[in-house]
Design a protein. Structure first.
Length: 112
């Protein structure tokens, strides 16, 4: 599934920052109930936008330096990254319509 992958601290630059597509980064952890609830929603968002969006899941427990770098204080936290730059952020387990609108609104603004 090219629209969904995982990244850790070592491969984050190659997987996210060098992506030619906008990237939806999902900071999550296995013990996080809201993360598990919203995970199928964000996977569906990426699946419905082939060639327009890539979803990268980052386990905040195994990538503490990335969590610190991006100031992650609560999970789930979602970042939209375009050409290596953060263009938007949303925190929390939002319902599908809210996340779809958030993603689509920012995708329209990207240069891709």
């Amino acid at each position: 599934m090219p629209w969904l992958t995982e990244a850790g601290e070592a491969d984050y630059p190659a997987v996210v920052e060098q992506s030619t597509l906008p990237v939806l980064v999902d900071f999550w952890a296995p013990w996080c109930g809201p993360c598990r609830i919203v995970s199928p929603i964000v996977e569906q968002i990426a699946q419905e936008r082939p060639g327009r969006l890539k979803l990268v899941k980052v386990n905040s427990d195994t990538a503490p330096n990335l969590s610190q770098r991006f100031g992650i204080r609560s999970i789930p936290t979602f970042l939209l990254i375009d050409h290596g730059k953060e263009i938007a952020r949303i925190v929390g387990a939002h319902p599908a319509p809210t996340l779809n609108e958030w993603v689509d609104g920012h995708l329209r603004k990207t240069s891709s």
